[in-house]
Design a protein. Sequence first.
Length: 425
Amino acid sequence: MGTDLAMTLARRHFAVNGADLVVEGHRVRDLAHHYGTPLYIYSGTVMRTAYRRLAAALAGFAAIHFSVKANPDPGVIGVFLSEGAGVEIASIGEYRRARAAGAAPERIVFAGPAKRPAELQAVLAAGIGEIHVETVEELDRLEAIGQALEKQVPIAIRVNPVAAAQGGAMRMGGKPSPFGFDEETLPEVVEAVAARRHLQLAGVHIFSGTQILDAAVLLAQWDHGLDIAERVAARAGHALASIDLGGGLGIPYYDGDAALDLTALAQGIAALSRRQQASPAIRSARIVVEPGRFLVGEAGLYVVAVNAVKRSRGSTFVLTDGGMHHHLAASGNLGQVIKRDYPLLASARLADPPHAAPVSVVGPLCTPLDTLARRASLPPLAAGDLVAVLQSGAYGPSASPTAFLSHPPPTEVLIDNGAARQLTP
């Protein structure tokens, strides 16, 4: 991969000072020396900038809930809470992390296709804003818990939209799916909710896909979400209190990717706002979007140290102390069909010209899957040099097989307002 995207991102989100990549005033080489490698570095400034840009685009239309699955560290969650975000969780563990970060129970929504009864019991006893229901069995469990607690359970119906509403790099609906109720079955689902007197149908939840870079695709999906909400409200016989339009907002990972156009998104939202205000069934509903990757992905670096450089049958391999066990997504083994390289740089050798031929960057695991880059344009490297993988703030350690081969976990550091602190594993 060429260095154009990597350098563009480095300058856009961080800083380049001579040979060095710099994060909020800290040279990456100094952070690596102090904390050791492998090392994740997250910039609070980049997170806040992403949040504020999206909030401005959505102003007057939708609130933002941070999707905790993207990066569940309480320090990271806390950054978004301080900006006014709610959170979306998908397990009792994420619920506890969100609460530890300071999230108010009423600002938490809980989705997931196979929530365990004990999880439902725990969040309802402790407090939850809304549970997004995905199976008939879940309706039964929530009815039983609500009856035992003598309380109404606020729920939203998660909908698996029809194929026409799909888009993005990883489609979550429009086909047979474990996620949500099929759109064509909504009349029966609404009736099933109405038959359970401890369930309060508050809203709907639509999540059509992820890693969407086209504003027009998002707007079409959100418009379809409003249509679904209107139909559910009509069937239920009352206005809805909430509409969750899901996440799916993408970031550029590969040469040729264009960043999501928030100006175009904001322009299209005007029509969606008019549609909502014209419909009594959804006029007062609180609309939510729940991005994760878009908010935190560009804020992160994964920094590894070179252990050795070797030639094998005409190819050059750069062997590092970190790999797919810490960053499965960068290795191409987290949903990619065609494995492409994340943008990366030699973070203390930025002034050096690249090697004449692309090199492979591989980790320490005993598997050919442990490859961070297959055709990287890097300067000639030696043991002790550093490689930084950009766009690494989302789906890092918590989405990776960190126990594989029993290597130590990476250190994670948050730099916010110029101050660096190590995050708790």
